[in-house]
Design a protein around this ligand. Structure first.
Ligand SMILES: NC(=O)c1ccc[n+]([C@@H]2O[C@H](COP(=O)([O-])OP(=O)(O)OC[C@H]3O[C@@H](n4cnc5c(N)ncnc54)[C@H](O)[C@@H]3O)[C@@H](O)[C@H]2O)c1
Length: 351
């Protein structure tokens, strides 16, 4: 059965890393006859500055109705300081396609990439689930007396029972189906009394449905400390939108940096979006220095989501083999460019 994938390279280094990911996807697609069909969309800052339009009318419905997945690079361009196109497209998809699961594996692929003393690949293998459609990112709030010395700014942090329950349940289901031993929920309910209370109550209730999975709660400040001190404590972590945003960057650092990390924005069973977690890194644009591993592992994650787990795993093995051979970009201790790193991974892909 055909699977349709919308490819949106975006801004900055997005097109370079997505080109490397596409080489891998096209190879796997042709060798394994997966029936993937790719459609490229040139929505980015250039297009926005030229036309004033972030996404053409009807585009969101087209993605929703006619695609199985979106493969996206990054957005962000200094010429668009308010990030209008980025927020229309990326946040637009997260909210309008209800991509409520932000899925972030934090897996160390080679001991040499880890900044922590005495920690190795067996110590860093956790999955973080960030709630992706609520919290402080819903854009509720406003100014009062803006621009005056009495200015007040209010930014609401919204948690709904439905939203909290579905991400926590997803985390437990994931732990159960993948044989992971525990789920940790992190919040700040000692000061954020109402939202935190809802999160903790819901967590305890859902945990009772999964007696075989250990569960524990940490304040998010303690989570950050323990991720550095004892990352082996964590198997699955679930948290809200803003805390998840922050701790997943810490997670990326444990894996070797922003260039190494993949992510999924998932609405289970529906069109979902896959992107490396890094941004558009404008200073590296067009220089053939950015690390394509995050984008290539993102392609592997997308294949897994589409039902091609073996192919996803084969890609991860090829990435590990290239890194072990130090055929990698400079940010992780290699000396190759983006393209050559992608080709080194491709050479090791065993199909
Ligand atoms: N999902 C997204 O599209 C997304 C995410 C984060 C930031 N952004 C946007 O990207 C722009 C730049 O933001 P930023 O500088 O804070 O974050 P960034 O992730 O673009 O870059 C931060 C630093 O991380 C390193 N880095 C990132 N990706 C790398 C890669 N593939 N290989 C090697 N090194 C890499 C570089 O040193 C870079 O300077 C901004 O406009 C920001 O809003 C977009």
């Amino acid at each position: 059965m055909t699977k349709r994938i919308a490819v949106i390279p975006g801004d900055g280094i997005g097109p370079e890393v997505i080109a490397a990911g596409m080489r891998v996807l096209e190879r796997v697609n042709s060798q394994r006859k997966l029936g993937l069909e790719f459609t490229h969309f040139g929505w980015n800052a250039d297009e926005y500055l030229r036309t004033g339009i972030s996404m053409p009318p009807g585009a969101m419905d087209d993605i929703r109705n006619n695609y199985d997945a979106v493969y996206l690079g990054a957005f962000g361009d200094p010429r668009v300081p308010d990030m209008k196109h980025a927020s229309d497209i990326l946040l637009g998809m997260r909210f309008q396609l209800d991509l409520y699961v932000n899925y972030r594996p934090v897996k160390l692929l080679n001991k040499a990439l880890c900044p922590l003393k005495d920690k190795g690949v067996k110590d860093i293998d956790m999955v973080i689930f960030r709630e992706n459609t609520e919290g402080a990112y819903v854009g509720m709030g406003g100014f009062f007396k803006k621009g005056t010395p009495e200015e007040i700014a209010i930014q609401e942090d919204v948690s709904t029972r439905r939203g909290v329950e579905r991400i926590i349940r997803y985390a437990f289901d994931f732990a159960k189906t993948t044989g992971r031993k525990s789920v940790c929920m992190a919040d700040k309910n000692n000061v954020m009394r109402y939202g935190g209370d809802l999160w903790l109550r819901t967590f305890e209730e859902i945990a009772r449905e999964y007696p075989e999975i250990e569960h524990f709660h940490l304040f998010v400040d303690a989570l950050t400390m323990q991720m550095v001190r004892a990352p082996e404590m964590f198997s699955v972590v679930v948290t809200n939108n803003m805390f998840g945003d922050i701790v997943t960057d810490l997670g990326a650092a444990l894996q070797g940096g922003l260039g190494m990390a993949a992510s999924g924005n998932i609405n289970p069973g529906k069109v979902s979006l896959f992107e490396p977690i890094h941004g558009s890194a404008p200073k590296y644009t067009g220089k053939d220095v950015s690390n394509p591993v995050g984008a290539i592992l993102t392609a592997a994650m997308m294949l897994d989501y589409l039902g091609f787990a073996a192919e996803g795993e084969a890609i991860e093995h090829a990435v590990v083999a290239a890194i072990d051979a130090r055929e990698a970009t400079r940010d992780i201790g290699g000396s190759l460019g983006t393209k050559a790193t992608g080709e080194a991974i491709l050479r090791r892909l065993e199909m």
